[in-house]
Design a protein around this ligand. Structure first.
Ligand code: UDP
Ligand code: MG
Length: 329
């Protein structure tokens, strides 16, 4: 029987933690009673440097139930890293993992379907939202626009899939070999290449608490997704440079012709405007290249992506949970 680990990143989630612990335990018990997963399957809550009582609550849950484990990171590293930390810790203790947000916006009812697909031999099963009526109009439009921009940039992502997904042990093992610091998990998973499938669900409202993904973080994630996976923006800027150069040659020919035809007009405004326009364009181009160089700078430092402070499990044999630290120091 396969041991399932539900990996749940948590940042300031004191309002939902107990509710989600209860629900996820119910899901595990249900699957255990149906003989679909091993009896020692568990939930791994990853505390991403929360400033509230999240970790105390995780410790309490862990003390009360053998189904709950906790991983405490030293400081807030963000959702993508917290999830990676959880997956890599869970990989040594389980046969299959499912990542899910703490706020239960993703439908736990499809977990069984995910496990069924895993038993059919799929290595990655993506949870895909088929309905966004509970998201605000703004979130819905920006998110869908984002998937379209990603596709236009040539980045393979699963449309409308966030980070609710099942991964087999060997998929997580392959993923652990992608050691980049500029993480964008949704873009990385399709690169693993094993057999995948989708399950569809309706995304709900947060059970309690507020979104930990303000617009700033959302934009940062989208920007990181594009620039970590595609160099197309640089090609676009280069192409734009060419177009503007050709246009300016045409303008020069026109000006030359008007000089001979005697229709020339004193045009300071157009001159100044074109200087400003080109100056701005050059700054954008340099800035964009700077962004990529900045990424190279961050990558070559090869710093640990997160540091583990504590792992609470019910296993005698502790996994090598601080591998990330020791390998990279
Ligand atoms: N999260 C995290 N670290 C952060 C921000 C968020 O671990 O710095 C977790 C958060 O606790 C939640 C998940 O990431 O479990 C998704 O965040 P949220 O539900 O706030 O995002 P939204 O659904 O609004 O996009
Ligand atoms: Mg959420």
């Amino acid at each position: 029987m396969d041991r399932l680990a539900l990996v749940v990143p948590c940042y300031n989630e004191e309002a939902v933690l107990e509710i989600s612990a209860k629900e996820l335990k119910r899901v595990l018990s249900d699957l255990i009673s149906k003989n679909k997963i091993a009896k020692d399957s568990f939930v791994l809550f990853v505390n991403d440097g929360s400033k509230d009582r999240t970790w105390e609550l995780i410790e309490k849950e862990c003390g009360e139930s053998p189904m709950i484990c906790g991983l405490k990171l030293a400081g807030n590293v963000g959702h993508q890293f917290a999830l990676t930390a959880g997956l890599l810790a869970a990989k040594d203790m389980s046969d299959v993992t499912i990542s899910i947000d703490a706020d239960l916006q993703d439908d736990t009812a499809v977990i069984e379907e995910m496990i069924d697909k895993f038993h059919e031999g799929k290595d990655i099963v993506y949870g895909v939202r088929n309905d966004r009526k509970h998201d605000s109009l703004f979130k819905r439009t920006t998110a869908q626009g984002f998937y379209k921009v990603m596709a236009a940039m040539g980045v393979k992502t699963v449309y409308n899939h966030a980070d609710f997904r099942l991964m087999s042990k060997r998929a997580v093992e392959q993923f652990s070999k992608y050691e980049e610091t500029n993480l964008f998990l949704r873009g990385m998973m399709p690169l693993i290449g094993y057999e995948t499938d989708n399950v569809y669900y309706e995304r709900k409202e947060r059970v309690a608490g507020e979104s930990k993904y303000p617009l700033k973080k959302m934009l940062a994630l989208a920007w990181n997704g594009i620039t970590s996976f595609s160099v197309k923006p640089i090609s676009l800027i280069t192409a734009l440079g060419f177009v503007i150069m050709i246009l300016s040659i045409c303008a020069a020919i026109y000006a030359f012709a008007s000089y001979f035809l005697g229709t020339v007009e004193p045009g300071w405004t157009s001159l100044i405007l074109s200087i400003w326009f080109l100056g701005g364009l050059q700054l954008i181009a340099i800035g964009l290249i700077g962004q990529y160089i900045g990424k190279i700078y961050i990558e070559v430092k090869h710093r640990p992506r997160y540091n583990v402070e504590k792992l609470l499990t019910h296993d005698e044999k502790q996994p090598d949970h601080d591998g990330e630290q020791s390998e990279n120091q």
